[in-house]
Design a protein around this ligand. Structure first.
Ligand code: DGP
Length: 114
């Protein structure tokens, strides 16, 4: 989508610190990190939110989750763990309307988030 920040990152129109890329997904560091490790895993397909995933997208969603886990381990979170977050729509605190998994780690994270 032409007005989507994450689609612009995928297209290379906005720079990002990428940590992984393949034909269907991209992972990059969050511009406003909330923990020593904070990156996002996104599909290249523009899906607005987890609320908009359709049956054709479920295998892709599984691969996004699997890659998030793999990258979390690569970023040093394998032993102590990490938090995997998907904000959805207004009440979920989603600010960028392109599906993304936050992966946060490198410090203890309180729960509930508030
Ligand atoms: P959410 O609130 O779940 O929609 O989180 C969106 C995240 O995206 C937020 O933590 C900041 C991050 N973000 C927004 N714009 C950019 C950008 O241009 N580059 C990068 N790397 N991250 C961005």
């Amino acid at each position: 989508m032409s007005d989507c920040i994450f689609c612009k990152i995928i297209a290379g129109e906005i720079p990002a610190k990428k940590i992984y890329e393949d034909d269907e997904m991209l992972a990059f560091h969050d511009v406003r990190p909330q923990a020593p490790v904070h990156f996002l895993v996104i599909p290249k397909k523009h899906i607005k939110s987890i609320m908009d995933i359709e049956s054709d997208d479920t295998a892709l969603a599984g691969r996004l989750l699997s890659k998030a886990q793999e990258l979390a381990k690569e970023q040093g979170c394998g032993e102590k763990g990490a938090r995997f977050v998907i904000n959805a729509k207004d009440h979920g605190g989603q600010t960028v309307d392109h599906l993304h998994i936050h992966v946060l780690g490198g410090r203890f994270l309180n729960w509930p988030p508030g």
